[in-house]
Structures are given as C-alpha cells and as structure tokens.
Design a protein around this ligand. Structure first.
Ligand SMILES: [Zn+2]
Length: 339
C-alpha cells in the first residue's frame, strides 16, 4: 500500500513555499487547507461470485482523471455504451440492492458496498471495470473492497476536492422509514436506527462520524443480512442464486443460521450505516452534513438524494477542507522542509 498522506503533505509543502496557509496560492493552486482529490495509484483486480447470478465476475479498479468521478464500465458489453456513472440520478432499481443504469439500458447491480469503501477511504475518481451485470458480493461487507483499494494504493491529484454542504435540512419518508440530512460543521455523520421483530436483531442504533479510520474500524466488515424465508422467495424468482452463508448473515425467526455467528453484537445496524455511506456516495462528491435514518433502505436513501438535489437552496458546492486542519498542514509542511 502506498502512503497516501505523504503525497498530500508533499503537495501542501510545495504550495506553502509560495503562499501562507489558507490563502489561494495563485492560478492552478487552491487554498492550502483544501483537500486534494484522490484516485488509485494503479489497477487492482478481484474475482468473486455475483449475488444474484451466482456466476463469477471479475472487477478491476482503475485510476481516473481528476474531476471525472466514479464510473463503471461493463467490459462484457460491446454493442452499446458500456459506461455507467455512479450517480444518484442513474439509480434504476433499489429493491434488493442499488442498481445503476445508463441511457442505453446497460445496468450494474450491487454497487453499494464498493461505493461505501471508495467513499470511506476518500477515493474521488476511479473506473470500475466489471465483466458482468453485478459487482461481486465478496463476503457481503466492504472488507474485500477496502483490501482492494489498499492493494492499489491512492494518490493525491492536482485538483481540489469539492463537497456538497447541507445548508438546510432535507427529510423524506417512505412508509415506516424516515431519513434526513441536516447541516453540520464538518464531515459526514451517519445516525442509523433499525427495528426488527426478530430477537436476533431487535432495535439497534449507531452513530458514526465517517473518516477512513472509523470506516475501516466500525463499518467495513459488517455483512449484509437477510431472512431465510426471503432468500427462499428470491431463489424461487431466480434471484440470490449466489447467496449463501458465505456472503450474508441469514436470520431464521429469532436465530442466526451462520455457524460463526456475528462479527459485532450490532453488526446489522453497522451494515445499514455502511449501506447509507455507499448510497450517499452517489451524490458524486463527499457530503458535509448529518444523516439520520430510521429503518433506512436503499430506496429511502436515493429518495433523499433526489429531494436534496431538487432543492438548490438546501445545499452548496464548496471546496472540501483537508481532514488535517490548517495547523496540521503547516506542521506537516515544516516537517517536510526539515527532513
Ligand atoms: Zn448492503
């Protein structure tokens, strides 16, 4: 894994020679406390089973230019446009997972756990090449995708990162589900509550302030879950053919069927928070705000982004500050000069 923070510190150090912290350093540069966009340092590939097809798919993460965002390319599609932008307005189905599609009708399913890993680790620009209609499910969490990004490494790019900052609260409801985004001073926090009749899950609540460290520690390894009767219903419809105890926590009544049990007592709500991060990543930029969701779903999260972007007065687009504050940046710059 390449050391991501060094590149950023280096860029800051170079810029600090020409302008004091917080002041725009001239054409082509940006305020010194702004964060740089990041992409992958190189390609990385993984193969795994598709949850619904049950067929192996190969996924390759590739670097992409600054300001391009995240795109998915269907390598197996050659007769139509194979490029699908990973954006909220290209979500075409949210029933079992988040599915993206383009104007040519080309789709890719189960994008949320990889999107969560990219957002959690601060990757702004990447091309995700896949040779089938869904991303591999791996173990049902983001853990394998975190490992994949770390294998590739990440690098800072010569452009400032921009964020969508909430300036007014946006709320959506969908049946018993409610979600809102409200203004917050910095970063993204996710407050999620779930409530299931099954005693194996019950009511769980968690608040996560999203950083690369908290994402790795608290969310990345939480697996998706489902109920045995639902899985059987999906199989009857020809779906979830790849679903097994290897890639989901399966609940039957009040029991958990996985022999290894849970990875965390509250693995279920951790996974919901992971899904929220992956769904909000489809904003196309980091979101600065506080998310709160009661019984969140992919559908609810997409409705929330649609409501947000339908209300231009509720948000503004602005340079994202580096997670290192101005003082930290200056200190890093000093360290580099002394070295
Ligand atoms: Zn999920």
């Amino acid at each position: 894994m390449k050391d991501a923070s060094l590149d950023e510190a280096e860029a800051l150090a170079a810029a600090s020679d020409v302008a004091p912290a917080g002041i725009s350093a001239g054409p082509g540069l940006w305020p010194l406390t702004a964060a740089a966009q990041r992409t992958l340092a190189g390609p990385a590939t993984v193969t795994g089973i598709g949850l619904h097809s049950g067929v192996d798919v190969t996924l390759t993460l590739r670097p992409a230019a600054a300001d391009s965002g995240i795109w998915i390319r269907r390598a197996d599609v050659t007769d139509r446009d194979p490029m699908i932008p990973a954006r909220w307005d290209h979500v075409v189905d949210t029933r079992l997972c988040t599915t993206l599609g383009n104007a040519a009708g080309v789709t890719v399913a189960t994008v949320e756990h990889l999107m969560a890993a990219l957002a959690g680790l601060g990757v702004d620009n990447a091309e995700l090449v896949v040779d089938g209609p869904e991303l591999p499910v791996m173990d049902g969490s983001s853990a394998a995708f975190v490992a994949l990004v770390e294998t590739a490494g990440t690098i800072a790019q010569g452009a400032p990162r921009h964020a969508v900052r909430l300036v007014d609260t946006v709320t959506v409801e969908d049946g018993e589900s409610v979600a809102s985004l409200r203004p917050a001073p910095r970063g993204l926090s996710i407050d999620a509550t779930i409530d299931f009749d099954s005693a194996a899950i019950g009511r769980q609540h968690r608040v996560v302030s999203v950083t690369p460290d908290s994402f790795r520690r608290d969310l990345a390894d939480a697996r998706t879950f489902g109920f045995r009767h639902e899985v059987e219903g999906l199989r009857a419809m020809g779906l979830a053919r790849g679903g097994s105890l290897d890639n989901a926590v399966v609940v039957d009544g009040d029991a958990i069927l996985n022999p290894e049990g849970l990875r965390h007592d509250d693995e279920f709500v951790r996974h919901k928070a992971l899904d929220v991060l992956g769904d909000l990543a489809l904003a196309g930029h980091p979101v600065i705000g506080a998310y709160s969701g009661h019984r969140p779903s992919h559908r609810l999260n997409n409705l929330l982004l649609r409501a947000l972007f339908a209300q231009p007065q509720a948000w503004r687009f602005e340079p994202a500050l580096s997670t290192a504050g101005a003082g930290d940046a200056a200190r890093h710059a000093g360290d580099r000069r002394r070295a």
